[in-house]
Each structure stands twice: as structure tokens, then as C-alpha cells.
Design a protein around this ligand. Structure first.
Ligand code: CA
Ligand code: CA
Length: 616
């Protein structure tokens, strides 16, 4: 009997890739049926177990899970079996210790050569390389928590081509599900025949890898994003599992803006019209100055939810004063014919060294460069089943793109804006990047995944007519919470004059309180207006939020402008008149609907009706 129970658990343990020793000695985790949970105490007493912790996993006020210590000297598995016979007990299991699950056996990781993937904690006993580096991206911490990406997430490498046959890349190369290879037909109707792994916009063909030295850079970038991890060969990318599309537009002589635009739009079309889950493009290239046409293409991609991760450049320059493209593009700025997107989709990446410095070659910019990532001495894949070490912001950028892929796999419903916020919001403050990047910090893959945005309360400007059907009008301001919370959130508000005067144009509010109910994200804040008959310009007043009831919520946009729309106007009219020919004179009456404070002049002209002008 006992041995069969052991066998059962051993099988369970094998499924979990855990060893029998990987649970807390003497502890069990008991799960109860919610309806019979009150029996918990009695059951634990009968078993002679000491309750260490009661857990209410669904937050309904009743504990349904208990962590208990079995009596000293008792066999853990026997007690577990006894528990499972008790009424209301759904399961009784050892308190497993969850260890780092994804263990890289990639030789260059294990040998200490992938500093960009390391963290400050990498014990060999837990599957780490044994080599630590605080200034790495910490990707291994994400792996250790089983965040290794997903084949459902697609990123694109806009660059040179990728050696799609490299053994450390091939399983992670995207294969177009809508295309039949080499049948000479554009099966998916996207305008590109046999675009199986992407497209070569330099040569305008479907061969994204052309051999020779022309595709080294693209292949290297791809390896940092998504070389297969845990396959026992070579390196591991930040994302062990991902699908990478090659959008090749750089050839031996560089690439053209027109080819770059085509590459960006090709990917946007794949996402919008063919359902390919592209979350980001990696853009480890630069030069050529500003192009409104490329800017527009990047906005189109943003509107499709595709982030644009761009290298800050390798000229040691300040991008705030010397613009670098494409990293300086902003999707919050529109171009002629293409309005701005609703969020910033560009992430500009500087390069850091293995000792935490800004790489000597790296561009920077407190406004225009967002974050740092490992870019000096980065080992990755090269064509022909080889590997090599490159340096550049080109190498930093794919660390960020890989992190985006891992994040998107962990949180498939996250918006592009939320992903960007998490990547930047979790940046680890770094001395060399302070004042040199927007975040002043460096990439941390696991911190990005664990990033929790601070709920924010904001008010939006609004306008209203001073009267409605002759009665006083109102202005309804929308107050929004960035996410629903489990409690009511109240905020104080006060009005103040702009061009409008309280007591004359609107009713002032002092220390008003507005409440957004639990579970809701929105409430309306109403200010009453005072109607008048004056003809006047539109007038303004302000509403300012302060004093949020929960310290877990911060103020976002705290002041809004209320615009009182004047609806009083003066009508000028002229009346019809008839008179006998013999009277010789028409007197038309021109009237104003109300007196005006200033003189009103109007042009007068006559025109023929049935009468003719002239001497008759
Ligand atoms: Ca096609
Ligand atoms: Ca590998």
C-alpha cells in the first residue's frame, strides 16, 4: 500500500522534473473542498498535524489550502495518503520546492562567455553557469522561473539576412503558415511569392540568407534574441523559444530607406491581414537622416501593436543634440497624412559593458535614448554554424527585443504599450546611464516580467455649454483609474478660475470628494455652470485633483481645464417691406436681437426680384 503511494508520487515528481528530495521535510500542502473547509481544523487535529499556514487562494474569506507539519517520525507519504481519505480533502502533497526549471546546457553559457545573459546569482547547483555578472540582462533569472519564451510569439529582424540553417537558430526561424514553399505562387496573397521565412528587400527575393559575409550581422542579432536554449549546443538567446522573421534590407553596400519602409510595412501587413503575432521588430541599424515616409511606416506598425526596438548608434554622440535615426523617431509625433499613434512604440537602446559602464562607442541621450543593455563583447551565432563576438548598440538592441519576446510569451494579452512600460519601468538604475538615458537604467528581463504598474488616477479636460434649454449648464469631467482595484478610491478636488469667474460663470467647489467604486475605472466629476445672457468668448476654469485615499494609487494628470462654451449670440435681421410705387421710398427695419456693447455694421446691397433696377 505504502509503496504504491510512493510510486504515485514519484511519477508525479518525474513529471515535474523534480527529485524526491525537492520538498520541505515533514510538510504537506492540503487542499480542501470549499464547502467542507470548516472541517479543516478537525481533520488536522485528527492527523496530529500542526497547521503552519492557512491560505485563502481565491480571496473569498475562507482558507481552502493549509500548509501543515506532520508528526515527527511519521512517514510523509503515509500521512498524505491518510489525509486523502478524509472528507473534504481534495489533495495532500509534499510541499515541493520549486527550483529553477529551465536549465541552460548551452556550452558557451556554461563556460561563462555569455555575460549578457547573466545575473548576480547563478549557482551551478540550481542550473546556473556559476559565472555571475550583475550587469548582464538577468535573462537567466527569467529562464530559472520558466520564462523562456514561446513559439506563439513572433519578432522580426530588420537587418541583413539570417542564416536560417544555423542549428542554434533553425528551430526558431518563422515559417510562414500561409505559404507553400517553392511553388512559385503567392499563396497567402501578401504580394511576395514564397516568402517562407521572410523576405529579402535588398535583392527583392525570398532568399533571406545569401551566404558569404553578407549576413553575419543579421545572424548575430538573431542569436541574441532567440538562439535555441537548452539544446546542448552553442549559445542561448534571451528567448529560448520564439519565431523570428527575417526582413532583410541591408546588403553588402547597406540598404535604402525605400527597402526599410517596405520591410516595416511587410511586417505590419503580416500582423494586420494575416494574423501573425509580431510583437516587435529589431532595428540594429542607422543612418540616412530623417525620413517622413519611414516615420509614417513606423507609426503604421505602432498602430498594429508592433514595438520598434532601435539601436542608439555607435558614434559616442548625444542623440538629444545630434539626431540619430531610426532610434530618434517617435510614434507620438505624427507626420503629414499619418496621425500620431496613441502610444510610443520606439525603444532606443544604448550599449553597456560587462562592468556596467556605457560602452565607449555608444550613443546616449537623456531624452532620446531609453535604456541600456549589454552590447560590448557579445558572443552569438554567425553563419555556417559558427559563433563570434561582436560589440555595438546593434548587440544591445536584440537583448531588449528578446526580453520583449519573453514578456509577451508570459503575458500574451499585454498591449505593446504595456510591454514597453514594463521594459522601461523595470530598468535597474545604473550610474553610467544616469542622465544618459531616459530611464537611467539597464535592462532586467525578470524584473520586466514582474513589473507592476502603479495604479494612476487622472482627470481629462472637458467643455460644456453654459446653458441647456435656458437652464444652467454643466461640465462633466472624466476621472479615470488606470486599472480596476478591489477598493473604492476617493480623491479630493478643487476648482480655480481661469478666464471664468467662480460665482459668476460656474459654481466653485472646495474640497470636493469624488469616489471611483471598487472594480470600476471611471467616475464623472460634475461642475455646475451659471447661465448668463452676455455675448462673450468661451471661458475657462480648472479642476485640480489631490489627496488620493490610497497610497497605492498615484496622481497622473491632476489638473484639467473646463471650457465654458458661450451660447449667447446676437442675431441681425431685416424685415420685408411693401410700399406703393407712388410713395417713392422703402423703409427696411434692421434689428439686433439684443443690444450690443459695440457698434455693429453690416453691408447692404440690393438685387432684382421681379422689379428691375434703374430709372424705371
Ligand atoms: Ca506570400
Ligand atoms: Ca543553443
Amino acid at each position: 500500500m505504502v509503496s504504491s503511494v510512493r510510486k504515485l508520487f514519484v511519477e508525479n515528481l518525474e513529471i515535474r522534473n523534480l527529485l524526491a528530495a525537492d520538498f520541505v521535510p515533514g510538510e504537506l500542502v492540503i487542499q480542501y473542498d470549499a464547502d467542507l473547509a470548516p472541517l479543516m481544523m478537525v481533520t488536522n487535529q485528527q492527523m496530529g498535524a500542526e497547521v503552519l499556514q492557512e491560505i485563502d487562494p481565491v480571496g473569498q474569506g475562507a482558507a481552502t489550502v493549509a500548509r501543515v507539519r506532520v508528526p515527527v517520525g511519521k512517514d510523509l507519504m503515509s500521512i498524505a495518503q491518510e489525509y486523502q481519505k478524509m472528507p473534504g480533502v481534495l489533495s495532500a502533497e509534499p510541499n515541493y520546492i520549486l527550483k529553477k526549471a529551465a536549465v541552460s546546457n548551452d556550452p558557451f553559457y556554461a563556460s561563462g562567455q555569455l555575460w549578457g545573459m547573466y545575473s548576480n546569482d547563478s549557482p551551478v547547483a540550481f542550473g546556473g553557469s556559476g559565472t555571475t555578472n550583475t550587469f548582464g540582462s538577468g535573462a537567466e533569472e527569467a529562464w530559472g522561473n520558466n520564462f523562456v519564451g514561446s513559439s506563439q510569439v513572433v519578432v522580426a529582424v530588420i537587418d541583413e539576412g539570417i542564416d536560417t540553417n544555423h542549428p542554434d537558430l533553425q528551430p526558431n526561424i518563422w515559417v510562414n503558415p500561409g505559404e507553400i514553399a517553392n511553388d512559385g505562387v503567392d499563396n497567402d496573397g501578401n504580394g511576395r511569392i514564397d516568402d517562407v521565412n521572410g523576405w529579402d528587400f535588398f535583392n527583392n527575393d525570398n532568399t533571406v540568407y545569401d551566404g558569404g559575409s553578407g549576413d553575419t550581422h543579421g545572424t548575430h542579432v538573431a542569436g541574441t534574441i532567440g538562439a535555441v536554449g537548452g539544446n546542448g549546443i552553442g549559445v542561448a538567446g534571451v528567448a529560448w523559444n520564439v519565431k523570428m522573421i527575417s526582413a532583410k534590407f541591408l546588403g553588402p553596400t547597406g540598404g535604402s530607406i525605400s527597402a526599410a519602409i517596405q520591410a516595416v510595412d511587410y511586417l505590419t501587413n503580416l500582423k494586420v491581414n494575416h494574423g501573425v503575432n509580431i510583437v516587435a521588430t529589431n532595428n540594429s541599424w542607422g543612418g540616412g537622416g530623417y525620413s517622413s515616409a519611414l516615420h509614417a511606416a513606423i507609426i503604421r506598425a505602432a498602430n498594429a501593436g508592433i514595438l520598434f526596438v532601435a539601436a542608439a548608434g555607435n558614434s559616442s554622440l548625444n542623440n538629444d543634440t545630434t539626431a540619430n535615426y531610426p532610434s530618434n523617431y517617435s510614434t507620438l509625433v505624427g507626420v503629414s497624412g499619418t496621425p500620431a499613434a496613441s502610444y510610443e512604440a520606439v525603444i532606443a537602446v544604448a550599449s553597456t559593458t560587462s562592468t556596467g559602464g556605457l560602452s565607449s562607442f555608444s550613443n546616449y541621450g537623456a531624452t532620446q535614448v531609453d535604456i541600456g543593455a549589454p552590447g560590448s563583447s557579445i558572443l552569438s551565432t554567425l553563419p555556417g554554424n559558427t559563433y563570434g563576438t561582436y560589440s555595438g548598440t546593434s548587440m544591445a538592441t536584440p537583448h531588449v527585443t528578446g526580453a520583449i519576446a519573453v514578456y509577451a510569451a508570459a503575458k500574451p494579452n499585454a498591449s505593446a504599450a504595456a510591454i514597453r512600460e514594463a521594459i522601461l519601468g523595470s530598468a535597474v538604475p545604473t550610474t553610467s546611464l544616469a542622465g544618459k538615458t531616459l530611464t537611467g537604467g539597464r535592462l532586467s528581463v525578470l524584473d520586466a516580467i514582474n513589473y507592476v504598474r502603479t495604479p494612476t488616477i487622472s482627470i481629462s479636460s472637458a467643455s460644456g455649454s453654459e446653458s441647456v434649454n435656458g437652464a444652467n449648464g454643466v461640465i462633466d469631467f472624466r476621472v479615470t483609474l488606470s486599472e480596476p482595484l478591489g477598493q473604492d478610491i476617493s480623491v479630493n478636488y478643487n476648482t480655480s478660475n481661469g478666464t471664468a469667474t467662480s460665482g459668476v460663470d460656474y459654481t466653485s467647489v472646495s474640497n470636493g470628494i469624488l469616489t471611483i467604486p471598487a472594480g470600476s475605472t471611471q467616475a464623472t466629476l460634475r461642475v455646475n455652470l451659471i447661465n448668463d445672457t452676455l455675448v462673450e468668448p468661451n471661458e475657462t476654469f480648472f479642476v485640480t485633483l489631490s489627496g488620493v485615499s490610497s497610497s497605492a494609487v498615484v496622481l497622473g494628470s491632476s489638473q484639467a481645464t473646463g471650457t465654458i462654451l458661450n451660447e449667447d449670440s446676437t442675431q441681425l435681421s431685416i424685415s420685408d417691406v411693401a410700399a406703393l410705387e407712388s410713395s417713392g421710398t422703402f423703409r427696411f427695419t434692421v434689428s439686433l436681437s439684443r443690444p450690443s456693447a459695440s457698434n455693429v455694421t453690416v453691408r447692404v446691397a440690393t438685387a432684382n426680384g421681379t422689379a428691375k433696377s434703374g430709372k424705371t
